[in-house]
Design a protein around this ligand. Structure first.
Ligand SMILES: Nc1nc2c(ncn2[C@@H]2O[C@H](COP(=O)(O)OP(=O)(O)OP(=O)(O)O)[C@@H](O)[C@H]2O)c(=O)[nH]1
Ligand SMILES: [Mg+2]
Length: 351
């Protein structure tokens, strides 16, 4: 997962190590010439050297070796490298700025003891900064949402939105499998009535997974399909309705209106934005636009298996203020990973 960003962060850590390396001690100061020849040459030397200049100088040198401080200009160099690395990895500007501020504050003036590993310090500071941008106040516990609805005798309704071809239908199929594996009963709603193969594609998944799909004809009212599926789930005591919708560009006014109607009618418990990690910062901007249009609860980021840059994964939470729920890591039904910041952090800081 995102090898490129990992390499860039590694380089930053190396730079911190270089900058924080202990200085070589300066030449030992010449001993002050004895003021007078020793009175009695045969006398044994004193066990403790006499107090005076040489001892003080030595103490200063030792202090400099064991307490190397990162000066602002050292940190500037490191920060520059970090900034370039983040932006080249397609990390959104406000997210890069936040990480940089945190790293700057964490490194400037930091004193390192001889036994302290500068690499460890750099790892810690970077990790902490990245953890912050991956964490939101808003949390979503999918299974808790479903359980709460089940307790009221109602199905949980999940509507999936996003751009064409970014992974909505595949993610719905994966999620159906995930829920079935945990004892929940999902039903799929084929509310992508816009694209020719939209309904058929969902039906193929449903058949493979052994799950029901509620559909109408192509061109039918997508909101009505969602409504039917919810009614079906209520009648049959099913736990979750997964509503597939047509892919749409955020600039397509009619399709964005259609999506608003689906959300109005279905009143989803969760509206999930499905983004393609490969599109980098575009996925982040799209998530923001969809959030403004219908209010998303969180995101699923697909194609993480093919994303070497990592910008979208790092940015989407901080920019939207909504958590990542799952990562898509391949085309198989099992390729869905529950998101935790540690997954990204461990991938980024693994040796
Ligand atoms: N490698 C990889 N491919 C994925 C992943 N998720 C989806 N895909 C592939 O991406 C392509 C598009 O996925 P769909 O699920 O059809 O996307 P969609 O958002 O439903 O597309 P529209 O219905 O056109 O809006 C398919 O070939 C999927 O197999 C993933 O996590 N990794
Ligand atoms: Mg689809």
């Amino acid at each position: 997962m995102f090898e490129k960003l990992k390499q860039k962060l590694k380089r930053v850590v190396e730079r911190v190590s270089q900058k924080a390396a202990p200085e070589t001690p300066p030449e030992a100061p010449p001993e002050a010439p004895p003021e007078a020849p020793p009175e009695v040459p045969s006398k044994a030397p004193p066990a403790v050297p006499p107090p005076g200049k040489p001892r003080r100088a030595l103490r200063r040198v030792v202090k400099r070796i064991i307490r190397r401080e990162l000066a602002p200009e050292d940190v500037e160099d490191i920060i520059w490298e970090l900034q370039v690395g983040l932006l080249e990895s397609d990390v959104a500007v406000p997210v890069a700025d936040h990480v940089i501020e945190r790293v700057k504050a964490g490194l400037t003036g930091r004193k390192l003891g001889l036994r302290e590993d500068p690499k460890k310090l750099a790892d810690e500071v970077l990790r902490q900064a990245i953890q912050e941008v991956l964490t939101t106040e808003q949390r979503v516990d999918l299974l808790k949402v479903i359980d709460a609805k089940r307790a009221q005798g109602e199905p949980a309704v999940l509507v999936f939105v996003g751009i064409n071809g970014h992974g909505k239908t595949t993610s719905i199929a994966k999620l159906a499998r995930y829920l079935m594996d945990r004892g929940y009963k999902p039903v799929l709603a084929a509310a992508d009535t816009f694209r020719a193969a939209g309904i058929e594609q969902l039906e193929i998944h449903a058949e493979r997974l052994g799950v029901e799909v509620i559909k109408q004809k192509r061109g039918a009212d997508a909101a009505a399909v969602a409504y039917d599926a919810i009614a079906h789930a209520k009648a049959r005591g099913l736990d979750v309705v997964l509503v597939d919708t047509a892919g749409r560009m955020q600039t397509d006014v009619n399709l964005m209106d259609e999506m608003r109607k689906i959300v109005r009618v279905a009143k989803p418990d969760l509206t999930i934005f499905v983004g393609d990690a490969l599109t980098g910062n575009d996925a982040v901007e799209q998530a923001r636009t969809f959030d403004q249009a219908v209010g998303i609860s969180g995101s699923i980021l697909c194609k993480m298996d093919a994303d070497a840059r990592g910008g979208a994964a790092l940015s989407i939470t901080h920019v939207t203020g909504k958590p990542i729920l799952f990562l898509g890591t391949g085309q198989g039904y099992g390729d869905l990973v529950e998101f935790k910041p540690e997954i990204l952090l461990n991938a980024l800081f693994a040796d």
